[in-house]
Each structure stands twice: as C-alpha cells, then as structure tokens.
Design a protein around this ligand. Sequence first.
Ligand code: COA
Ligand code: AMP
Length: 632
Amino acid sequence: MGRYEDFFRKSIEDPAGFWGEAAKEITWFEPYEKVLDDSNPPFYKWFPGGKMNTCYNALDRHVEGGRADQVALIYDSPVTGTIRKFTYRELLDKVSRFAGVLRSLGVEKGDTVVIYMPMIPEAAIAMLACARLGAVHSVVFGGFAAHELAIRIDDAKPKVVVSASGAREVTRVIEYKPLLDRALEEAGHKPRSCVIYQRDFVKADMTPGRDHDWEELVQKAEPTECVPVDATDPLYILYTSGTTGIPKGVVRDNGGHAVALRWSLEYIYGVKPGEVYWAASDVGWVVGHSYIVYGPLITGCTTILYEGKSVGTPDPGAFWRVISEHDVKVLFTAPTAFRAIKKEDPNGEYLKKYDLSGFRYLFLAGERLDPDTYHWASDLLKKPVIDHWWQTETGWPITANCMGIEEFPIKPGSSTKPVPGYNVKILDPDGKELPRDKEGIVAIKLPLPPGTLPTLWKKDDRFVESYMKPFPGYYYTSDGGFIDSDGYVWIMGRMDDVINVSGHRLSTGEMEEVVAKHPAVAECAVVGVSDSLKGQLPVGLVVLKAGVDGDPKEIVSDLVRMVRDQIGPIACFKQAVVVKRLPKTRSGKILRGTIRKIADCEEYRMPSTIDDPAILGEIEEALKTIGYARKD
Ligand code: COA
Ligand code: AMP
C-alpha cells in the first residue's frame, strides 16, 4: 500500500486516531475529553472539552519555543513601495497590545468584531487580537460595497468595527471610511466603537465618540494575555455567497481548525516550520484566513502579506520578484492571477530576471484550473503546479496532490485525490453512489474532518437545509464532477447560482435581486459566462416593464452602476442586454443553464419543458449584440 493510501484509509476508518495524532502538534491548555463527538449528527464536535487559544498557538508558543527572532510576517506592498518584516516577538507585542485596545473598548470572549481592512499587517494583527481574547472576528473583503458590509454588520452584530482610511488599488485610492460610514447608517445594528487605522496617503474623517484612531489607542494600551477558549468555541465567521442575497455566515471553531491547518501545511503543501509560505490572496477570503494568517503562523513559518496584484504592480514579474526576494518555498494563488500574467507576458520574459531556484511548488485553487493555464505555468516554472479544490465552508483543501505525503502524476483538469479526512463520493440525484467515471453530484460522507464548518452563524437550520438535508449522511458541496478509474477527482463546476469571477465567489441570484429593483425592469436573469481572463463573468438579461420607453443603453448603465454600488466592483457586472422575454419552463422557472450554454456556444438540448422554443433564437441574437453566442 502506498503512503497516501495508508494515510487516507486510517483517516476514514479511524478518524479519532488519525486526528488525535495530528492534535499533538497543537498546544492545549487542558486536554480534550475525546477527539470526535459524533453523538448528535450532523452536528459533529472536534476535540470537545479541550481548552486552548489559537493566537497562543500562532504566536506565543513560537516566541517561548525559540522562534522569537524569526520573521513571522513580511508585509510586501508594491502599491506603497513598502517592505516591513515582523519577527514573532514583534508580532506578538503588536497583537497583545491591540488585544488590550479591544478589551478597553469592552470586547470580551464571545463578542463579535467586524474587520473591514485592506491588505496591511494591521488586518492580521486585528484578527489575531480577537483570537487572543476569544472574541469572534468577521472579516469583510474590501472590494465589497457599503450595502454588503451593512448586511454582515447586521448579522454578526459586532461590538467594535476595525477599519482603515483606505487602500491603493494599483494607482487609484479607494477610501474605506465613507463606505464604512454608509454601511453603519444603513445597518440596523450599531457597534459601540470603530477603530480606524489612518494610512498616510488618505485621511479618514472621524465621528467623535464613536471612532478612535488605531495609533492613539495602541500608545495607551497594555499587553494582554491569551484567554483560554473551548476547542469548539467559534474563532471566526466568514460570510460567503449562497444562492440568495443573504450570505451564509460560515463558522470556524478554534481547536479543529488549528489541528487541520497545522497538518495541512506539512502534508498537503509540503512546508516545514521555519520556511517561507506565501498565499497571494486577500485576508477577506478564506484563503487569506487559512493560509496568510492562521496556517503558516500556527506552523511557525514566515508568511507574506502582499498588497499588490500579479500584474500592474508594477509589471507581470511581480510574483517572481516576491518569490526570489523573500525565498518563498510555496506560492498559493488563484488561476486568474496566472492568466493575467500569461496575457501580459506570454513568453515569461520577466521570469528571466529572477532566481527561483529555491521555489518548490505552485498551488492553485478558487476556481477551475484550465489545462492551458496549467501547461503554461508548468512549462514556464518547471516546478509542480498543483490544482486543489476546496470551499469557504471546508476552510482547507478537499482534494489535492498532497506533496508532504506522496506525489502523484498530474492529470491537467483534475485536482488529484481526496485529502485524508475527506470521504468524497459522487451521487446521483436520488443520493445513490455512482461508480467510477460517472458524473454526478460531489458529496462528502460525514463526518467532515476537523476545521470544516460546524454550522452557520446563529442559523443551525440553514446549515442543515443547505448542506446536510439534500443527501442525509453526506455534506452537499454544490459542485458537480466525477472520480476516474485511478481515483482522481474532476470538479466540473457549481450546480447552483454561484459563480467564480477572478477567483471571487459571487451569487448571480444576489445580482438579480439588485437588477430587479430598477423601476423599469419587469424580470431578469444573471448568468455566469466563460471569460478567458476572469474565468467567469456575470451577464444580465432584462425584460422591461410594459410601457417603459427609456433608452435601453441608459437602463443598462444604470444597472451596472447599481450592482457596483450595492455589491461592489469585484462583482464585475458590466454587461446586460434588454430582451423581449426570458426562456422558461412551463412551470415558470427561468432556464439559466440554457442561456449560459447559448452565450458560451456550447451544445444544448432543447429543454423538453420549455414553453416556447422560439425564445432561444431571440436570446441568441440578443447575446450576439454584446459579443457572446458567436461561433466565429
Ligand atoms: N478594494 C476595492 N476594490 C477592489 C478590491 C479591493 N480590495 N479588489 C478588487 N477591487 C476592484 C478592482 O479595482 C476592479 O475595479 P474596476 O472594475 O474599477 O477595474 C474590480 O474590483 C474587479 O477586480 P478584479 O476582478 O480583481 O480585477 P483586477 O483587474 O483588479 O485584478 C487579478 C485581476 C487577476 C490580478 C486579480 O483578480 C487577482 O489577483 N485575483 C486573485 C483572486 C484571489 O486571490 N482569490 C482568492 C482565492 S485564491
Ligand atoms: P470559495 O468558497 O470562494 O473558495 O469557492 C468555492 C468554489 O470554488 C467551489 O465550490 C468550486 O466551485 C470552486 N473551486 C474552488 N477550487 C476549485 C478547483 N480547484 N477546481 C474547480 N473549482 C474550484
């Protein structure tokens, strides 16, 4: 039996034994009573009774254990021309003081704190400070608009919001504070205080009594100790797109999360304590939580917090510069970042300027890795390029080529095999397991491994309804795919209204809700069409109310503005077309899948339930006017 087979079999047959062994890498203040409590499915508990602190595991124990002078975090910001390094000792000092700031503002164990920050070290410091106090953070990605922030504030009900005056998006300055102010006006819940980090290129106006300056508070703050929490206590909430306008508040616990991430760094990514690991993502996404902040620090690695892009900051050699300058062993990013480099520097001229001899692996996730991009990156780098599949809900990879266990030959288009702990199955719509090579619904047999979502924030019912009820005994991933005869998993795409734009997860249903608010719109559909750079892009089809005689161009530009304003620029909603009617089933369901296939020039079967087949021709003509559905 190969090493992978051995690991995988143990993890499924004896999860308690397997994860109990992995848990030895974590420092526990008090031992757990058992590894897995499976007495109340589908609510599984990992390491119940155990007391620990995630921040202690990420910082204090490394300072106490000989890593005090090792660099913990490198802030590399081409947009501000800054590189700053923090040793574990320095980072601990900053985090424990900021924990003191939060405590002085009344934050205690179990309270929530919303963090709306650009990619600056203070974002990671704020997250770790919450963890130190046993408070629950909820980071909101900076590219979301005020309305999205307001929705999250209303759901998480934070005592304090931590934010910054702004960010630099390549050459533009984005002011965060006006967005925060608008969100706080809109939200029903009013936090007691806001802490604002003032950046030197943009100053925020402060509301007296509510807003406090980060630096001023830190000057007065006392270092604060770690508060022991239960392994099963929440560490954070991270909102992610579902199929409606109400995002899902994915909860992460403390103990299982620390165990799983520590294990994943070594066995999936093949990284050892002391090495440099870089996730080029954003702290607002799950990748940022797991692999910019918690995973590498819990492991005792050096992590990189990069405030820049793969291109334009200043050129397509940006990633190669960071890898060679900081001796990065492993880079993790989204395929779209590499497609952007490929577009600007197809022959890899910029790579020639840098020494990447110490670089080991490139890991890609967040969206499908198309074989073209895989081959381009792999031919250029001459290092393993590894596609791996996961979700905000799982918090760490479900399928991967586990470089710390056993390296398998790569099949471009497949994310290799299930990671130990994940019993991946392919089901038919009735929940029957399908044989190898048959495409169906990807599900994971319960229990899920540690670190995965125990529930949705204050919504156990929605957790059960969304993930556990569709196929009892399994976690429903919402992705379709198959497992081939060699046991490789092929993820073919979402089966719901979720799309991936530049590796960012977005809901077309939510965009439809915004578009439908326009007074001239009778009904609409938003579908995700293929895009060679961003993976997918949303496109709207709108039917106008009878009697509306406004200029369709103006209406479309209103819609584009509305989505940008309400959801944010990252929605990339830039195209819509007015149609006379939408194709529907006889029961009135809009045939979004068929519209998408027409736009992408894919073969489609005439749906047997369509009420009038002639509509499809009209849709094709309309899509052609905005550059889609063209076979040439
Ligand atoms: N704050 C404010 N605005 C933001 C933002 C932020 N944090 N991030 C992105 N935006 C804006 C962009 O400026 C852009 O605005 P525009 O429409 O005015 O041009 C818009 O949102 C769309 O952004 P994006 O799709 O990211 O395009 P881009 O051209 O700025 O960057 C890539 C392209 C490929 C370099 C970038 O998308 C990328 O690096 N993606 C990787 C994603 C990732 O890390 N995913 C997590 C899983 S690994
Ligand atoms: P997120 O929650 O933002 O991480 O998005 C999760 C979704 O992104 C998954 O459900 C998939 O649809 C998609 N995804 C992530 N990684 C991959 C991958 N390696 N291959 C194909 N799809 C992926």
